[in-house]
Write a protein that binds this ligand. Structure first.
Ligand code: SAM
Length: 255
């Protein structure tokens, strides 16, 4: 991996190649803490939770941690690469964690679950309000009355403060990558570009786009006849979140 970066990159679908190094790139994320936090939010909703569906589950890190806390977990993700990575890790787990490929805008389940979680600003991949509405409608169908939907968003402040002009370059014995992020303020779009290369393989280029919503925009889309907003919390705390937060977690109760 000593040769130069001067290659013509090959475009790839978001997460199709990143999937293989996602856990390395995200190694700073404490999924155990995240799972405990979600359990605290279930308690906050005064809810007995057995079954959890993790939508946009990525490589399954959170699903596995939730499983270790005693929940019966299943998950799906739109990206085949992420699903394959999740399945490989979940395979040896008992109880079994069913993982499949699916979209959060068009999913259905056989039996309603107690809780749906959608973490790490995955909902920001819904690029317009109509796509967000579909997620809420699908989630409302899939959660039993009294159950909860927990999701989180990145705020405009987060994009402006941390990812307006962000650059990261890493090299291991097996691969190297560059992450370049920027925020298109007039369109409220966060762009994360990844250049990834394995030894003697072509340079891969993935472009990820996320729509950054204000809290009031998201709140307006939540169907009030389906969900009651129990809380909006500042990153991993029980304090009320605001536009000053980097991340806001929403706790919705299915009415
Ligand atoms: C930032 S990752 C988060 C993954 C995981 N939730 C975690 O906490 O590590 C965003 C994930 O959303 C998935 N995703 C994006 N749009 C999706 C959609 N419409 N349906 C399902 N998954 C989607 C991506 O494939 C990716 O795995």
């Amino acid at each position: 991996l000593r040769s130069s970066w001067l290659h013509i990159p090959k475009r790839a679908e978001p997460y199709s190649q990143l999937a293989q190094i996602y856990d390395y790139v995200m190694r700073h994320v404490n999924y155990s803490r995240w799972a405990h936090y979600l359990r605290d939010l279930f308690c906050e909703a005064d809810l007995e939770v057995t079954n959890v569906l993790d939508i946009a589950c990525g490589t399954g890190n959170l699903a596995i941690k939730l499983c270790e806390l005693g929940f019966r977990v299943a998950g799906f993700d739109e990206s085949l690469g992420m699903v394959e990575a999740a399945k490989a890790k979940a395979r040896a787990r008992r109880p079994h964690i069913p993982i499949w490929r699916g979209s959060m805008t068009s999913f259905a389940v056989k039996r309603p679950v107690d809780a749906i979680v959608c973490t790490y600003d995955s909902i920001n991949y819904c690029m317009n309000e109509s796509a967000c509405s579909k997620v809420f409608e699908r989630a409302a169908e899939a959660i039993r009355p009294g159950g909860v939907f927990v999701f989180d968003i990145c705020t405009v402040k987060n994009s402006r403060k941390h990812f307006r002009r962000y650059y990261e370059k890493e090299e291991t014995d097996e691969f190297r990558y560059i992450r370049q992020s920027y925020y298109i303020a007039n369109k409220s779009i966060q762009v994360n570009e990844f250049y990834i290369q394995w030894e003697s393989s072509p340079l891969i280029h993935e472009i990820h786009q996320q729509k950054i919503y204000r809290i009031d925009e998201i709140t307006r889309i939540i169907p009030s006849q389906r969900f009651q907003v129990l809380g909006m919390y500042d990153g991993f705390s029980m304090k009320t979140g605001s536009e000053e937060s980097d991340r806001v977690h929403f706790l919705l109760k299915r009415v």
